[in-house]
Design a protein around this ligand. Structure first.
Ligand code: NAD
Length: 275
């Protein structure tokens, strides 16, 4: 697709998906950015379709392909909202080419996270469980509140998403859990309770609990609840449109362009590290 010489040229991976289509819209609306390619899985029905048409924009001449390596050659980076296994294959490509890699995909295992961290020796990766400005600000607030309140305040993270979501708890819920754990200076892996059923016994002080609801078309609701003796603080974010994630991902890509390889978070992009 046409763009000026200094435009950042990006490949959208998962182009046929909910986020992929939204990203194709967002790229078309973003100054300084051009669509260099659109990629989906080899067995996907969208291969060969015009990316703009599929996204409801009208034809833009970019055909969706399964050959990410080919389209990445003419691009500055790749923005990927797909599935965890695909992230690893894309990370190999972006690392080999020393390019920007924006990872929006969630649900990676600890082993997969380690592979991504290794790829960041050569690729400039920004990975976030949630790319919206509001949620990243929420995470900074959760960390701040958790630092102030002691174990008398039980921390519970509640999330709700649409009925097609395949992983739980959401990447964002885990991100909020990590923020709370950082604020308390504890290890989330040691203290997280992922759902409760049956005779669980009483809640242990200091645990961070997670609960997931699924239904309808909910884009993403998240609450961090600090339940104390006779009072409760609830910090909530409600996403109303996927465009907030797409805009954040593009903002991250522009920020990452020309930056040295490494694994960055949205807090780095937004300058929220020291909140
Ligand atoms: P979706 O199922 O609508 O789309 C995923 C797309 O990826 C599909 O088109 C699928 O064919 C494609 N895909 C699968 N394997 C592939 C491969 N090997 N190569 C290329 N494409 C491949 O899902 P979605 O709702 O768009 O969400 C995608 C991911 O993004 C999920 O992990 C979701 O949790 C995450 N997400 C993250 C954020 C964020 O801000 N970080 C926001 C929304 C969704």
């Amino acid at each position: 697709m046409a763009g000026s010489g200094s435009d950042m040229r990006v490949v959208i991976a998962g182009a046929g998906g909910r986020m992929g289509r939204t990203l194709i819209h967002a790229v078309a609306q973003t100054k300084g950015m051009a669509l260099a390619g659109a990629v989906d899985a080899p067995d996907s029905a969208v291969i060969g379709r015009d990316a703009g048409e599929l996204a409801g924009l009208g034809a833009n001449g970019v055909k969706i392909t399964a050959d990410a390596a080919a389209v990445l050659q003419g691009a500055d980076g790749l923005i990927e909202f797909t599935i965890p296994a695909a992230t690893l294959a894309f990370a190999e490509l972006t690392a080999a080419a020393g390019k920007v890699h924006i990872i929006g995909t969630t649900g990676h295992s600890t082993e997969e996270e380690a592979v991504i961290a290794k790829a960041a020796n050569r690729a400039t990766i920004v990975k976030a469980g949630n790319f919206s400005m509001g949620v990243n600000l929420l995470a900074a607030l959760v960390k701040r509140v958790a630092r102030t309140l002691n174990d008398d305040y039980d921390i519970e993270i509640l999330e709700m998403h649409h009925n097609k979501k395949i992983d739980a708890p959401s990447g964002t819920a885990l991100m909020l859990g990590r923020a709370a754990a950082e604020g308390r200076a504890i290890d989330l892996a040691q203290r997280s309770v992922r759902g409760r059923d049956g005779m669980t016994g009483a809640r242990c002080a200091g645990d961070i609990g997670f609960a997931s609801l699924r239904g309808g078309t909910v884009v993403g609701d998240h609450s961090a609840i600090f339940a104390g003796p006779a009072e409760r603080i609830e910090l909530t974010h409600r996403a109303e449109d996927r465009m907030i994630f797409a805009r954040g991902a593009l903002h991250a890509a522009l920020w990452a362009r020309g930056r040295k390889p490494g694994l960055y978070a949205m807090a780095d992009v937004l300058g929220l590290k020291d909140v």
